[in-house]
Design a protein around this ligand. Structure first.
Ligand code: DX5
Ligand code: ZN
Length: 215
């Protein structure tokens, strides 16, 4: 893995009854960011956490809070996630109000992320490259942890890496879903800057070893 590649543990795979302690534990084990998966049972077939949970987790760490909103619509909730302490707010490009979502995240001074599902062509993102700070490529169909990495997404990661480099802008390329020590190498070789990992970090008890295995 490149030296500067970041690991963002997804708390989706943590013990939900002890989220604050789990965040402290992965911070101690070397996490770079904390990835927060927000699901609404509508855009994706699962329900997780909302802004109040993020707000209550905020005092547990100073690490960057990377909020991934898998909700439709997203715009009515962006202010609440910003005020809860998210540092980046990533919405999905499959939603109707992409421009509105970008503007709202900017308005609240947070890093603007856009995510693409596996079936969404990377070209859909190109019109927004001047307006965003982060691209989140889904390498599983969103909704659940522990799924298998979809290798066909590697071409998309590579294509987006090239487009980002052409802009000369500092847009982070993040990959989410099915990351293991094997797929981490593939994602980084394709150009990923940040790896989201749920199962691979939170399995067993030794989070430090898990993260070292990824690195
Ligand atoms: C899936 C979420 C991911 C998920 C990744 O919808 O967006 O962040 O937690 O989990 P693993 O690493 O187990 O695939
Ligand atoms: Zn996610």
């Amino acid at each position: 893995m490149k030296k500067q590649t970041k690991i963002a543990p997804s708390i989706l795979s943590a013990d939900f009854s002890r989220l604050g302690e789990e965040i402290k534990a992965v911070e101690k084990a070397g996490a770079d960011w904390i990835h927060l998966d927000v699901m609404d049972g509508h855009f994706v077939p699962n329900i997780t956490i909302g802004p109040d949970v993020i707000k209550s987790l905020r005092p547990y760490t100073k690490l960057f809070f990377d909020a991934h909103l898998m909700i439709q619509p997203a715009s009515p909730y962006i202010e609440a996630f910003a005020k809860a302490g998210a540092d980046s707010i990533t919405t999905h490009i499959e939603l109707d109000e992409v421009n509105k979502n970008i503007e709202l995240v900017k308005k609240y001074g947070k890093k603007v992320g856009l995510s693409l599902n596996p079936d969404t062509p990377y070209e859909h993102l190109l019109p927004y490259l001047d307006d965003i700070d982060l691209i989140l490529v889904m390498t599983v169909h969103p909704g659940f942890g522990g799924q298998k990495f979809i290798e066909s997404q590697l071409d998309k990661i590579q294509a987006l890496r090239q487009k980002i480099d052409k802009t000369g802008r500092d847009i982070l390329l993040e990959v989410d879903g099915g990351i293991t020590s094997e797929t981490a190498q593939l994602a980084v070789a394709a150009g990923a800057d940040i790896l989201v990992a749920g199962t691979a970090v939170f399995k067993g008890k030794d989070y430090k070893k898990n993260m070292n295995d990824l690195r």
